[in-house]
Design a protein around this ligand. Sequence first.
Ligand code: RFL
Ligand code: PHB
Length: 391
Amino acid sequence: MRVQVAIVGAGPAGLLLGQLLYRAGIDTMVIEQRSQDYVLGRIRAGIIEQVAIDLLDEAGVGSRMHAEGLIHAGIELCFNDVRHRIDLKGLTGGQQVMVYGQTELTKDLMDAREAASLPTVYEAEDVSIHDFDGEQPRVRYVKDGLAREVSCDFIAGCDGFHGVCRASAPAGILRTYERVYPLGWLGLLSETPPVSEELIYSSHERGFALCSMRSRTRSRYYLQCSLADTVEQWTDRMFWDELKRRLDPEAAESLVTGPSIEKSIAPLRSFVAEPMRFGRLFLAGDAAHIVPPTGAKGLNLAASDVRYLSRALIEFYSGSSDGIDGYSGRCLQRIWKAERFSWWMTMLLHRFPDADGFDRRIQEAELDYLVHSVAAQTALAENYVGLPFRD
Ligand code: RFL
Ligand code: PHB
């Protein structure tokens, strides 16, 4: 089998890239190690920026998102039992974000790929990539017990943080930067109406909490937890009781609880791999970088990489290599700003086990500054809605 671009990984980065290239007449194959149901069952991101909305429209998969997604013009920060609204729209000249689950977005992309009968292999085993330092890279995998090979012009490594593509990059060239935070997020999904119209980010002495949602009838909540905790340890009852303790009295009072549909614990990490291109291999999305979820940037950064990569590849097939040569540098400029913002939000809002009195006073001063300074709120807002593209 031969295609122009072999895409490893059917997460949002891989599927969106495949759809954009398909619309430009470039043929792709997506090779995913998990089953389609497994990929769809992962509960992850909930907030998408205008950049990602525009790209999904460009890919022709935006109609359900526009019909079902919820536009949010602000977020609330809660500390000392009081909520403070950050007017994202007012502070950024009209920009907003959308609540639309990663699961839904992935489903829309999978449906579009299926409708166009584009080649996609799920449950591919032993995926490996070869010869991307030459003109004829190859991807090998095993399916139904048979070894297969795809030859291509380019490999797009969209296979997430634990994937094979970054791991195959030449060690002498790859540089990585990492910060691991000593805490996790325990997430709970429930078929209950959200506690508030907008997201609540709460900084509390018992730990951070976040009230998010997937629709008007489905809520997504998170609690800062210890990395030693297990999901089994946290009954639904314990989760709801703890969430109430970390919210202001009005929110705690109006919180509607119910059985969980899903519960999971995610570690918090910042990570960047540089560069993002190795010959004819390109890394995109979580394969190249991870942010702690506090700033809601992971999926949006994946979309931002895909925007650059799709344009670069389309340019290449029209005769110019400028886009692919500039790919890594352009992506990284945006990535590091999102890394900074996500790190800052994380440091501001969580309680760290090793923090001393000085660290705590700095957090208090920063929160107080934030709610009294339009300049500080504007900085938060413009980062939260997504920084503009320079090119
Ligand atoms: P994904 O989604 O991890 O997809 C990678 C795919 O590659 C497959 N794969 C392989 N395939 C073939 N061969 C191999 N060797 C392979 N190894 C792996 C995997 O099975 C998978 O299907 O990466 P992608 O596409 O780059 O997308 C990134 C996003 O999924 C991620 O950044 C976000 O979910 C992060 N994130 C959030 N991002 C936001 O923008 N807004 C949010 O509100 C937000 N909330 C979150 C989040 C992530 C969370 N967790 C669980 C980490 C909340 C949470 C709790
Ligand atoms: C979510 O809804 O899953 C979500 C929202 C905002 C965040 C992180 C996660 O910052």
